[in-house]
Write a protein that binds this ligand. Structure first.
Ligand code: 5GP
Length: 204
């Protein structure tokens, strides 16, 4: 399922001193674990929470829009960005580059706004080096078989891509202990409620 988020960055976050720096939530999950659906529900629940739209060299899937689901950029632009320190973190996932804007994160957090990043395990490690207070959450599918069925039902990837995603999923799931919270997405409503509960506790 595709994401559908708007960016609600405060236009002038430095105009007033925030009560506290923004909180940084880092969400990771294998493709097909239900992360996008959970993330969307959480953003609906917390209207002031921002979603960090990643930059990627992956071609858009059907229905994905530039600047909404991702910023789709050329490989040259991405690698130039690496040289210029444009990314707070970046990784090559499934043969494509993905990265998070360092400028956006700094602006948002300094402005006291909370933000969610949907990134992979490699990115999470880099973000924690840069922002050690980041709150990490891993979403697990109930089983690999469920993951396979969800990826097949989604119908967006070829069998080869699904095989690659399943291989990467296993490698990612083996690292779930690196995360502060692990949520098993067996029942969607329960998984959403659990994540909302974690965020509320952090914000209180
Ligand atoms: P997809 O191509 O299915 O949208 O995403 C593939 C993987 O890339 C997912 O695990 C997703 O979390 C990860 N990803 C998306 N954006 C970023 C990013 O900015 N940085 C990193 N490190 N991973 C990302």
């Amino acid at each position: 399922m595709s994401k559908q988020y708007s960016q609600k960055v405060r236009t002038n976050p430095t105009s007033s001193v925030p009560d506290r720096p923004g909180l940084l939530f880092i969400l990771s999950a294998p493709s097909g674990a239900g992360k996008s659906t959970i993330c969307r529900a959480v953003l609906d629940h917390f209207p002031d929470m921002l979603y960090s739209i990643s930059y990627t060299t992956r071609p858009p899937r059907k229905g994905e829009q530039d600047g909404v689901h991702y910023y789709f950029i050329a490989e040259d632009d991405f690698t130039n960005g690496i040289e210029r320190g444009r990314w707070a973190e970046w990784a090559k996932v499934h043969d494509n580059y993905y990265g998070t804007s360092a400028d956006l994160l700094d602006r948002v957090l300094n402005g006291g706004q909370d933000i969610i990043l949907d990134i992979d395990v490699q990115g999470m490690r880099q973000i924690l080096n840069r922002y050690p207070a980041g709150i990490t959450i891993f979403i697990m599918p109930p089983s690999l078989q469920t993951l396979r069925s969800r990826l097949e039902a989604r119908g967006t990837d070829s069998p080869e891509v699904i095989a690659l995603r399943l291989k990467n999923a296993q490698a990612e799931m083996a690292q779930k202990e690196l995360y502060r919270h692990v949520i098993i997405n067996d029942q969607l409503a329960d998984a959403i409620a659990e994540l909302i509960g974690i965020i509320e506790k952090c914000c209180s």
